[in-house]
Design a protein around this ligand. Structure first.
Ligand code: ZN
Length: 62
């Protein structure tokens, strides 16, 4: 299964919404989401997610 992910703070997180990751980390430090921010979002297999909190959030959902 593939998820939108973003690389932030040396970890790959799952994107929850336009500001935060599944673990609660804010990745969007700007007031507006720019095109370059959107380009940083990559669809990846959950195995490529390195943030343990983000990973557990998808495992919890089954
Ligand atoms: Zn995370």
């Amino acid at each position: 299964m593939f998820f939108p992910t973003i690389y932030s703070a040396d970890e790959r997180h799952i994107v929850k919404d336009k500001n935060t990751c599944a673990c609660g980390t804010r990745y969007n430090v700007f007031a507006m989401l720019t095109r370059s921010d959107l380009r940083k979002i990559r669809f990846k297999h959950y195995k490529e997610v390195t943030c343990p909190k983000c990973k557990s959030s998808i495992i919890d959902k089954g």
